[in-house]
Write a protein that binds this ligand. Structure first.
Ligand SMILES: [Zn+2]
Length: 211
């Protein structure tokens, strides 16, 4: 099975690299690894990605703060720039948008330091994540933001594995429907394990390690 790419029909410069294989996260086995690094780190591509992700909010949603998870800070900064552009229907133009990232404390909970909390407390917040699979990243972000009294007005992602099952609406560029035969299963239900296929790699912290 060879690697392949999927481009966004609206803007074909936005390309997701897909690596088929037998991957494991801490909870699930996956049939494909999605390489989203170029979307997050290539500044001109990240700018295009940000323009797409800003669209659902542009004319409707006042935003004070973008909270970036999983290495999405470059996209977050361009997204803020896009939302602040002058335009007759641009609701945030002329305003201020802050772009922040939570920290992990020793108990692996997400926290904001005291000096950053004022950018969360009572503010309209968009949560930006790289990929939504088990939903744990989004869940922990929402928990953290609720603790600091942030008002979440939107969630955006590069990839959403379960577009139909997400509890909250998630604005994503790509979904599992774009990848033929994409599967995410618990290890005891995994067809590849049943057929005796060894794991190729462990997926964690936004990357993978071959084993
Ligand atoms: Zn498996």
């Amino acid at each position: 099975m060879k690697n392949f790419t999927i481009s966004l029909s609206k803007n074909p410069t936005i390309v997701m690299n897909v690596i088929p294989g037998h991957f494991t996260t801490s909870h699930f086995h996956l049939t494909h690894y999605l390489d989203l690094d170029n979307l997050k780190t290539n500044s001109s591509i990240a700018r295009d990605v940000a323009a797409e992700l800003a669209l659902p909010y542009l004319s409707t949603t006042p935003i004070d703060t973008i909270v970036c998870m999983e290495g999405t800070e470059v996209i977050g900064a361009y997204m803020a720039e896009e939302l602040l552009l002058e335009g007759t229907s641009a609701i945030n133009s002329g305003g201020e948008i802050h772009v922040v990232t939570p920290m992990n404390n020793v108990n692996r909970q997400l926290t904001f330091q005291s000096n950053i909390q004022k950018l969360i407390d009572g503010k309209n917040i968009v949560v930006l994540v790289s990929s939504v699979s088990s939903g744990k990243t989004v869940e922990s972000a929402l928990e953290c933001l609720s603790y600091y009294n942030g008002k979440v007005v939107g969630i955006s992602a590069l990839f959403n594995a379960f577009p139909d099952e997400s509890e909250q609406e998630i604005h994503s560029l790509f979904t599992s429907e774009d990848i033929p035969e994409y599967k995410m299963l618990s290890p005891d239900e995994c067809d590849m394990c049943k057929s005796g296929r060894k794991l190729d790699a462990i997926v964690m912290h936004g990357g993978y390690t071959r084993i």
